[in-house]
Design a binder for this molecule. Structure first.
Ligand code: HEM
Length: 128
């Protein structure tokens, strides 16, 4: 389920802390993952974690700090420099799925986030 109004309530429900936990759980996995560690900039994982967290907070009903800092998200264009093939996409979704499971959210929050990540990650594929 990816209902717009539920999306908007996720921030109220899980707060800054929820998105902080989620992104920390994802980025602790990145350097340990052979596929993702080859794609992410190893000298700026903290910056990458910050940008993802701020984007998700904005996307799910929180303050629009991401766009204040970075402008229009244009995520497909921003991912163009990185070679994202179906294997990398699947690994991203797998690791984020583990992070969702670990973050202690309600079931309907989990399913909304999983549906969003599943389709947004497919949209980011830019290589065969
Ligand atoms: C669910 C889909 C995804 C979302 C919502 C997302 C979100 C983001 C955001 C907000 C940024 C920062 C953009 C900026 O302001 O410059 C970013 C950067 C990045 N993403 Fe994604 N992403 C997704 C999928 C993926 C996938 C599938 C991969 C590769 C496996 C990937 C790899 C990267 C890399 C390497 C960066 C650059 C790190 C940085 O910010 O310095 N992303 N992503």
């Amino acid at each position: 389920m990816s209902d717009f109004h539920l999306d908007d309530r996720i921030y109220d429900h899980v707060g800054e802390d929820g998105f902080t936990r989620l992104c920390a759980a994802f980025f602790i996995r990145v350097p340990k993952d052979d596929v993702l560690s080859a794609i992410y900039p190893e000298d700026d994982l903290e910056g990458a974690e910050h940008r993802l967290r701020e984007f998700l907070i904005q996307r799910f009903g929180g303050p629009h700090r991401y766009s204040a800092e970075r402008g229009d998200p244009r995520l497909r264009a921003r991912h163009a420099p990185f070679a994202i093939d179906p294997l990398a996409r699947d690994r991203w979704v797998q690791r984020m799925g583990e992070a969702v499971s670990e973050s202690g959210f309600d079931d309907n929050v989990n399913s909304t986030l999983r549906a969003f990540f599943d389709s947004a990650a497919t949209f980011m594929i830019n290589r065969d």
